[in-house]
Design a protein around this ligand. Structure first.
Ligand SMILES: [Zn+2]
Length: 188
């Protein structure tokens, strides 16, 4: 499947595209992860919509709205068990013409810290657009960013069992001190 687009034309013309790709085929994503499910369960569903921003600070800027859904299998770093981590991620990308337009914080595409900062501020992520822009690589990048660096269960299944499963110790039958006092009084 050819997923290369003329990114600027795509945005300007408000085009849309969508597709599916097996997680296992996204080699950068799959690296270091356990085997991903086969068939439907292992598919990434993605869609993208181009737009020229109509208002605000970004008015006239070419944007790509990306939506990614997948259920990758990760290894919990606390209990070492496999678990499914549902991803349903929407991100807006702002297309710029050159690396220089990415500004200093984006000098390196590998700089995850800068991307997180950008994400937190609610601003679109800037990416360099081109006439043969690789959509699938973008999908893969966003998927990588959507998965926690140190994946963990919210509550590990083992931890739940040991906390909730411990039998309750019955309180030992013991006469209250007041009862003892009462008895002493009655001895008089
Ligand atoms: Zn766990």
């Amino acid at each position: 499947m050819d997923t290369r687009i003329d990114a600027f034309a795509f945005a300007r013309q408000g085009r849309e595209a969508h597709g599916v790709v097996p997680l296992a085929r996204l080699l950068r994503f799959a690296e270091g992860l356990p085997a991903q499910p086969e068939g439907e369960a292992g598919l990434v569903r993605w869609s993208v919509r181009g737009e020229e921003a109509k208002s605000g600070l970004l008015q006239g800027e070419p944007l790509l709205h990306l939506h990614i859904q997948a259920d990758p299998v990760l290894v919990c770093q606390r209990c070492n068990e496999l678990f499914t981590y549902p991803v349903d991620s929407r991100v807006t990308l702002q297309l710029v013409k050159s690396e220089a337009d990415l500004e200093d914080e984006f000098a390196s595409g590998e700089d995850d810290g800068a991307e997180e900062q950008d994400f937190a501020s609610g601003q679109p992520e800037k990416v360099v657009g081109s006439r043969h822009f690789d959509l699938l690589a973008q999908v893969e990048d966003e998927l990588i960013l959507s998965v926690p660096y140190v994946p963990k269960h919210d509550v590990c299944p083992g931890a739940q069992a040991s906390e909730g499963g411990a039998p309750q110790e019955p309180a030992a039958e013991r006469p209250s001190p007041f009862a003892v006092l009462e008895q002493l009084k009655h001895k008089d």
